[in-house]
Design a protein around this ligand. Structure first.
Ligand SMILES: [Zn+2]
Length: 430
């Protein structure tokens, strides 16, 4: 059977290019339905011929029919993708790959669809194919890295969901102007909220439940997850909610947070280092004391929750728990400095939720009245710096990145070995 090749009549080239341009304009404006319609018009000018078009016959390589049709299919795939028409998007991406097998974009479009459909092994293969064809594209590399992490997590029975106000939470509709102001503030603060999911039991824990409790609950529900507990990395309002800092306090509007989550889910507990409980209660006096479960340095909390039976009020104590590929083991590391009760959470020994203790290339502020620079030095240099290189670090804010590694921070950041004097000098300069 002879392969058929796309072609178009020479006199329609201008129509094709104009429709393509209109499609791109619409796409840039976020009008994805209009964009895919324009791309469809352009594509309708193609037919298939049993013989290839002589490449010499066109001078512009972008007008070569196979290349042009491949580009149009890729563009329409992106439009369909944004319209959430994933089946159509995948079909066009496959066509783009077939037409332009040496081009990274088609594989990337294919991978994007697999990613949202949670077909992570297929996505990995497609991102790898895209990366091989364009090693310098940073988005492709970033997605490839993330997909590898998702697959590794899945092999341990875990999924970690990183949520950000303005991206995954805090939808702008149905809001009063004052709420809008608070949410503007939320977006500025660049907080991350995390859901730690145990794949086998579909149970999850919320870490730093803040800003949009309804959004967090909805996110969990959409995935069929049951929220079985809350962890606070520290007491600051942008992590647990309560009365916001000035100038927003004068509106008497409170930031959504832990208090609301505990009220909506009356059976769950908040796992908090006791040194930060007074701070939480100051901004959220309505939380009853018995809703707190005290954590301690080195203590563990497991998912499914049934594994914790018998642990009593205080979580853990030292534990040699190793994940069996189904259970999720979270170990608390008390890291005072930013606040007295700041804590990080180590998930299955290989992922660290670092709260406001460690950021990419930086640490949390130590100029608050209850901050302690000496303790921060100890927390960073004697606790976090002792973790293995390949531990992935997920910070409490997006200051310079969504994630980093212990190795990276040991080489370039504040885990780099240094004297206390050097550290104190460094943090007082910032
Ligand atoms: Zn903080």
């Amino acid at each position: 059977m002879s392969q058929s090749y796309p072609c178009y009549k020479p006199d329609v080239l201008q129509d094709i290019l104009k429709a393509k341009e209109r499609g791109t304009e619409a796409y840039k404006k976020g009008q994805y339905g209009a964009a895919s319609a324009e791309y469809s018009k352009a594509i309708a000018n193609f037919s298939t011929a049993p013989i290839p078009v002589d490449p010499e016959s066109t001078t512009d390589p972008k007008a070569e029919p196979t290349v042009l049709l491949g580009t149009l299919k890729s563009n329409r795939s992106a439009s369909y993708f944004n319209e959430k028409k994933y089946e159509d998007a995948l079909k066009d991406a496959d066509d783009a790959v077939r037409l332009r097998p040496d081009w990274a974009k088609g594989y990337f479009r294919r991978a994007e669809v697999y990613r949202v459909l949670a077909r992570h092994s297929d996505a990995l293969e497609a991102y790898e194919a895209a990366h091989q064809r364009d090693v310098r594209d940073r988005l492709i590399l970033e997605r490839l890295t993330k997909t590898k992490i998702i697959l590794k997590d899945a092999s341990m029975g875990v999924a970690l969901h990183q949520l950000a106000p303005g991206r995954d939470l805090c939808q702008k509709s149905f809001m009063t102007p004052i709420q809008n102001m608070i949410f503007e503030y939320a977006v500025q603060m660049r907080n991350f909220i995390y859901l730690v999911e145990n794949l086998a039991s579909k149970e999850c824990l919320v870490v730093d439940a803040c800003w949009d409790i309804d959004g967090i609950i909805k996110f969990a529900q959409k995935r069929g997850l049951k929220i079985v507990g809350a962890i606070a990395t520290h007491y600051h309002v942008d992590h647990v909610g309560g009365l916001p800092p000035p100038p927003f306090d004068r509106y008497r509007v409170r930031v959504d947070g832990l208090a609301k989550l505990l009220k909506k889910l009356p059976k769950i507990k908040a796992y908090v280092n006791p040194a930060d409980i007074p701070g939480i209660l100051k901004a959220n006096p309505e939380i009853p004391q018995d809703r707190f479960s005290h954590t301690e340095d080195g203590g563990t909390l497991c998912l499914p929750m049934s594994l914790n039976i018998g642990l009593g009020g205080t979580v853990g104590g030292q534990s040699d728990h190793v994940s069996d590929g189904r259970s999720t083991i979270m170990q608390f590391i008390h890291t005072p400095g930013h606040t007295p009760g700041s804590q990080c959470v180590l998930i299955n020994g290989c992922k660290l939720l670092s709260g406001d203790t460690l950021f990419m290339g930086a640490c949390g502020r130590v100029d608050f009245p209850d901050s302690d620079r000496d303790k921060m030095y100890h927390s960073l240099q004697h606790k976090l710096a002792t973790l293995p290189d390949d531990v992935i670090v997920y910070p409490g804010h997006n200051y310079g990145g969504e994630m980093t590694t212990i190795e990276n921070e040991r080489e370039h950041g504040l885990l780099r070995p240094k004297s206390k004097d050097d550290f104190l000098r460094e943090v007082s300069n910032t």
